[in-house]
Design a protein around this ligand. Structure first.
Ligand SMILES: Cc1ncc(COP(=O)(O)O)c(C=O)c1O
Length: 328
């Protein structure tokens, strides 16, 4: 079937089976979200939110869309804003990769880069300040605000969650990486409606503040957050598994070398999270699990798939471990 609409190409991503050698009773199915038009799960949120906002009259063709994002959401929003003929400003910081900046700009969006670190040494607060400033200065502008906007979660309830329920017959566990919380909030609601006994397991990386863990310097883009997303209060989460970033890197290489999946960092985190979760549990009979690989590896050539970068992260982690050992 041919279709002229980019919107119609969002979702319906492949579901593949992965066997983890050490867990022979585990039937793991994974949605490959790189098959979305701009290459990530965030197409679902960008396309859905803009469509709903236009349909409700909250925004119109003259509205300037603003969002603080330097990752997949920025790329997805830039593509779908162009598709809908909307102006888009992405507020980013110096940590943006050159690849993402190029992708966003290629889609005709404006990139506004903040350079002053906030009081925590990061850029989150400076970016929010800049968004507020732009919102006030530009008449008819709209801040998407993925961390607070219920439409972000709704997008995943209506698409990814629905697809999983349709494609999978039995579900005992669902493992999902968390950043803005949109995926897990929407998917958990849909799964619980259809598979009430299924357990939702959130996967986050050490150093992220989402699940009340101590803040630490983080390197892996796309997963974790330095603040607790507001929309997460509507998620149903049964358990949380925290993974360290070196396990994430190793899992990315394992997925490539053993399974042939060239995926982004959060996919590695999810695999590492599944391994950690089941490592001290007895499986009785077959266990059915579903997960999501949010994007593909190309956007991580400067990071995860760059040997020098990996060595730098390893050295940093080793120094961090030694300094903690000295304190104890
Ligand atoms: C690569 C990647 N993985 C996972 C996520 C997490 O998704 P969510 O923001 O819906 O929690 C994102 C979100 O940007 C992402 O870019």
């Amino acid at each position: 079937m041919t279709t002229s609409s980019l919107y119609e190409k969002v979702g319906n991503t492949p579901l593949v089976s992965i066997r983890m050698e050490e867990f022979d009773q585990l039937n793991l199915f994974v949605k490959l979200e790189a098959y979305n038009p701009t290459g990530s799960v965030k197409d679902r949120a960008a396309a859905y939110m803009l469509r709903k906002l236009l349909a409700s009259g909250t925004i119109d063709k003259e509205t300037t869309i603003i969002e603080s994002t330097s990752g997949n959401f920025g790329v997805a929003l830039s593509a779908f804003c162009r598709y809908y003929g909307l102006k888009f400003i992405a507020v980013v910081d110096p940590n943006i990769t050159s690849m993402n900046q190029m992708l966003i700009e290629s889609n005709g969006a404006e990139v506004v880069k903040v350079t002053k670190p906030d009081k925590h040494g990061g850029y989150l607060l400076t970016r929010i300040e800049k968004v507020t400033e732009l919102k006030e200065a530009i008449a008819n502008s709209y801040w998407i605000n993925q961390y607070e906007n219920p439409l972000n979660a709704r997008a995943y309830y209506d698409s990814l969650g629905k697809e999983i329920c349709f494609q999978v017959e039995e579900i005992d566990y669902v493992f999902l990486g968390v950043s803005s919380g949109g995926t897990i909030t929407g998917v958990s609601k849909k799964i619980k409606e259809n598979f009430p006994d299924a357990k939702i397991v959130a996967v986050d990386v050490e150093g992220s503040r989402i699940f009340d863990q101590p803040a630490k310097k983080r390197f892996i883009p796309g997963i974790g957050s330095s603040m607790v997303p507001g929309i997460l209060q509507h998620a149903t989460i049964d358990e949380v598994v925290m993974v360290d970033e070196l396990s994430t890197i190793n899992a990315c290489y394992e997925l490539l070398e053993k399974h042939g999946f060239f995926v982004g960092g959060s996919s590695g985190s999810v695999l590492a999270g599944i391994r950690k979760f089941f490592s001290d549990r007895q499986m009785e009979g077959s266990v059915h699990a579903v997960s999501v690989f949010p994007d593909r590896g190309e956007r991580y050539f400067d990071t995860i798939y760059n040997k020098e970068w990996c060595d730098k992260v390893k050295r940093f982690k080793e120094e961090e471990r030694l300094s903690l050992t000295n304190v104890l």
